[in-house]
Write a new protein. Structure first.
Length: 337
């Protein structure tokens, strides 16, 4: 197998990738296959001009070739100093040769980026079951939960708000991005939240500082996202006491509230124990109901070790429906496979 960067591929290899993309569509989403072959030139130009390939921090797409046939694609990117991978392939299950090719590609890219470890996340059961069986370390398990609007008691949400006198004593503000005047405070707040949450992590991650660059990247993503962004913040004077943010996803004329990605709920260190997270969630859902009354459900993702937020989601009626596994690759492990 030969691993090639997207930006280094010949026209013949792009033609092979276009056939691979068609095979991928038919193999994974046959109901969405429209029978139209992929235009290899358009695919090449879109890929090379996409932010994932053309911008810093590092991100690139690699393809694995068996002779002249593309058989596997790997997206590699760095966020906050860590190297991450995503993988796509047309088979319904990962066969041994495909998994070995993926591992070889990961090992090669780790060497290029001078990384001793890297991470791969997937909620695709056909991927994670095979990788678990290969002995790769499960670093984190993430649970996706959903709350149907038909199961929401909006009077109970209002009661949560009305009963929390401490939260009501703070100033509440609604934003549709993170205001520039809050940048310094928000960076300090996020570092506090990330450091404290790591206390409950069973493997005690190496914490990379949340920087102004991370915040600016997040602000840029929010601005470029096509969906509305809502963020409530609670303030005690100039201190951020807590915040809750969501996107209102409007796909195929269906509205749903998305906590995943830039969505986040937390409370500042000195303000915990006052049910601020539950208060903010209740306030957010009532606001979304007011602005988007036809939304259908709310989706969130939570690490089970984050026991306080996990319990809040359970109390509010969220039901698990999917898992995601985050695997950690090390050079030592990959060399043994």
């Amino acid at each position: 197998m030969i691993t090639t960067q997207a930006r280094d591929m010949s026209d013949d290899k792009w033609k092979s990738v276009a056939k691979y993309e068609d095979h991928l569509k038919k193999g994974i989403n046959p109901k969405k296959w429209d029978g139209k072959s992929t235009d290899w030139k358009a695919l090449r130009d879109d890929t090379l001009n996409s932010p994932k390939v053309s911008e810093i921090p590092f991100s690139n797409i690699y393809y694995l070739f068996d002779e002249d046939n593309a058989v596997l694609s790997i997206e590699a990117f760095e966020r906050r100093g860590n190297l991450y991978f995503e993988c796509a392939y047309p088979e319904k299950i990962i066969i041994e040769n495909t998994l070995k090719s993926f591992y070889d590609g990961v090992y090669k890219i780790m060497g290029e980026r001078n990384k001793d470890e890297a991470f791969f996340s997937t909620y695709n059961e056909r991927q994670y079951q095979t990788i678990i069986e290969s002995g790769t370390e499960v670093f984190e398990e993430l649970v996706y939960s959903r709350l149907l609007k038909t199961d929401i008691d909006f009077s109970n949400l209002q009661a949560i708000i009305d009963s929390n006198k401490i939260a009501q004593s703070y100033e509440s503000k609604l934003f549709h991005n993170i205001p520039e005047e809050l940048y310094d405070r928000f960076v300090n707040y996020m570092n506090e939240v990330i450091i404290d949450s790591n206390f409950f992590h069973p493997k005690k991650r190496v914490i990379n500082e949340y920087t102004m660059s991370d915040l600016l990247e997040r602000v840029k993503d929010i601005k470029e996202d096509r969906f509305p962004y809502y963020m409530y913040m609670l303030f005690e004077n100039n201190n951020i006491a807590g915040h809750c943010s969501v996107f209102v996803n409007m796909t195929d004329n269906k509205h749903w509230i998305d906590h995943i990605g830039a969505g986040y709920t937390s409370a500042g260190r000195k303000y915990r124990g006052n049910n601020l997270a539950k208060y903010l969630k209740a306030k957010m859902y009532l606001k979304i109901q007011e602005d988007f009354p036809d939304f259908q459900y709310i989706m969130t993702d939570t690490f089970p070790w984050n026991k306080y937020m996990y319990r809040i989601n359970e109390q509010m009626g969220f039901a698990p429906f999917m898992k995601e596994y985050n695997f950690r690759f090390t050079k030592e492990h990959l060399e043994k496979i």
